[in-house]
Design a protein around this ligand. Structure first.
Ligand code: SF4
Length: 188
């Protein structure tokens, strides 16, 4: 996922009520498009541990506004972008219903390789046109910037500050004998 930053994150300036309906419709259509390709999720949870995975998640301000409004409070204390705060100690996404486009389109399934790019391009274009049609700022930025802005605006609490999820994953893996716990950001 790549993209630029259009200046200051305007997440606090967007009323989630204005974007909820059209954005959820777009997400449903995106989920259906992705499902046509049948990507498999091995539910490692690694792709939400951005630094470890070498992954960067960008999202628009409208997506961030909906995420902040509709997801439960972060499961862990937000960091400076190394991980997603909505990933719980077991590596699960606690914001599945409100997760942004980038989380919905990405799978590490090698059989899906090459599919995510065109789908992302199409739906990001639709999202951009939707945001423009509503007269809202684009505000495409890394997730932790939106999270930080939301906390500063009082829209989000910092979460309980659990231990890093990796430790929990390793503990569970040791018990189960598996390499990692089967939990995913986009698990089906
Ligand atoms: S799938 Fe969920 S936990 Fe993973 S990056 Fe997206 S919002 Fe965060």
């Amino acid at each position: 996922m790549t993209g630029g930053i259009d200046g200051v994150d305007p997440v606090s300036a967007i009323d989630p009520e204005r974007v909820r309906g059209p954005l959820r419709t777009l997400y449903r259509e995106l989920d259906a498009r992705v499902a046509e390709h049948g990507p498999t999720c091995v539910v490692s949870g690694r792709c939400c541990r951005f630094e470890e995975y070498g992954h960067t998640l960008f999202l628009s301000a409208a997506e961030a506004a909906l995420l902040v409004a509709d997801a439960p409070p972060p499961a862990r204390t937000p960091d400076d972008g190394a991980t997603c705060p909505w990933q719980d100690r077991l590596g699960r996404c606690t914001a599945r219903d409100a997760r942004p486009l980038g989380c919905r389109v990405y799978f590490c399934d090698p059989n899906y390789e090459g599919e995510a790019g065109p789908i992302t391009e199409e739906f990001l274009g639709r999202l951009r046109r939707l945001v423009e049609s509503l007269g809202l700022p684009w505000g495409y930025a890394r997730m932790h910037r939106h999270v930080r802005a939301a906390i500063e605006a009082g829209l989000l609490t910092a979460g309980p500050g659990d231990d890093p999820c990796r430790g929990a994953v390793e503990r569970v893996a040791a018990v189960s004998g598996r390499e990692s716990l089967d939990i995913s950001p986009s698990g089906q």
